[in-house]
Design a protein around this ligand. Structure first.
Ligand code: BV8
Ligand code: ZN
Length: 258
């Protein structure tokens, strides 16, 4: 174990001197809460093809099936709690001068863990809207298959970004500029295969960020990162926060002893 414990000096020094730290998360950060990922061996895509469910075509073809899938996921999400990985990212808001959290997840667990600002690139399963008049429907009853709009009777859909759909512009712009400005950029629990979200880590690196990946497995991004922290984010992230806090505290003590 080096002086820094399981984390390299380079990583801890980059974090202690960072002004703007950015964290970008995928389904892996919610895995330890019990939310299934997409592409793992038990991933939800292993049973269904993404195009069969997470696309407008799928919804127009069979809205009841798509809603059945989202209802199933909503049921899982309603029973789970944020895990220590989510809590560590909420803690990072007070650990660094500037901290930006970007997520591909739609499970709302970052907000429930206490993160106050979350850029949701792929929407949020707790929001729905009417396809015809755009009215938002916070809670939908799925008793009769496809929820109908109370204002116009139109079909209501989940407020999530499907394949072939544009990402929410404000969230995307804010995320892209955060990646360009990051001193340290974390890619956490994502297979880094869904674009344009997956382009953010390399944008950050190209613009000078120290790029860190936290994942239980290597991904297409791993060969490009400055630090690959292999393991569950629910274990690694709290330990990393403790190591940074300890290093900042010892510097403060050293300064006050001068
Ligand atoms: C768009 C909906 C533009 C909500 C999702 C060819 C090349 C490049 C791009 C494309 C292409 N063909 C098509 C495209 C575009 C397409 C795309 O990227 N396809 C990919 C699959 C090739 N992208 C789009 O369509 C996007 N829109 O491009 O529009 C446009 C539009 C109009 C006109 C012109 C252009 C929209 C993409 C959004 C799709 N929506 N979901 C929902 O139902 O959830 S995608 C889905 O995948 C989720 O949103 C999810 O967030 C996303 C990424 O998955 P991950 O989060 O990474 O999850 P995954 O299971 O894959 O990985 C989990 C990781 O965690 C693993 O690495 C695992 O090892 C790790 N892990 C597990 N446990 C832990 C852990 N890590 C740490 N700790 C643990 N405990
Ligand atoms: Zn309507």
């Amino acid at each position: 174990m080096s002086a820094a414990g399981p984390f390299s000096e380079a990583l801890l020094e980059a974090l202690v001197h960072a002004v703007h730290v950015v964290a970008f998360t995928g389904a892996g950060i919610s895995a330890e809460s019990g939310v299934p990922t997409f592409r793992g061996p038990e991933g939800i895509w292993s049973k269904f093809k993404p195009e069969e469910l997470a696309s407008m075509d799928a919804f127009m073809r069979n809205p009841a099936l798509v809603w059945e899938w989202y209802a199933h996921r909503k049921t899982i999400i309603a029973t789970v709690q944020p895990n220590p990985g989510h809590a560590a990212l909420a803690r990072m808001e007070s650990l660094f001068p500037r901290f930006t959290l970007i997520t591909q997840n739609i499970d709302n667990l970052h907000r429930r863990a206490g993160s106050t600002s979350v850029h949701e690139l792929h929407g949020n399963i707790e929001r729905s809207y009417c396809l015809d008049c755009g009215k938002t429907h916070p809670n939908v009853s799925l008793s009769d298959g496809v929820p109908r709009c109370s204002a116009c009777g139109g079909a209501v859909r989940p407020d999530v970004v499907w394949f072939g759909e544009m990402l929410p512009e404000i969230e995307w712009e804010a995320s892209a500029s955060a990646a360009e400005d990051a001193d340290v950029f974390f890619s956490i629990g994502t297979s880094a295969v869904v674009y344009p979200a997956a382009s953010l880590p390399l944008t950050a690196k190209r613009c000078g960020a120290y790029l860190v990946e936290v994942n239980t497995e290597p991904t297409p991004l791993t060969e490009s990162v400055d630090a690959f922290l292999r393991g569950p984010s629910g274990i690694i992230l709290p330990r990393l926060c403790d190591a940074v806090a300890a290093r900042v505290a010892s510097r403060e003590r050293a300064k006050s002893n001068i």
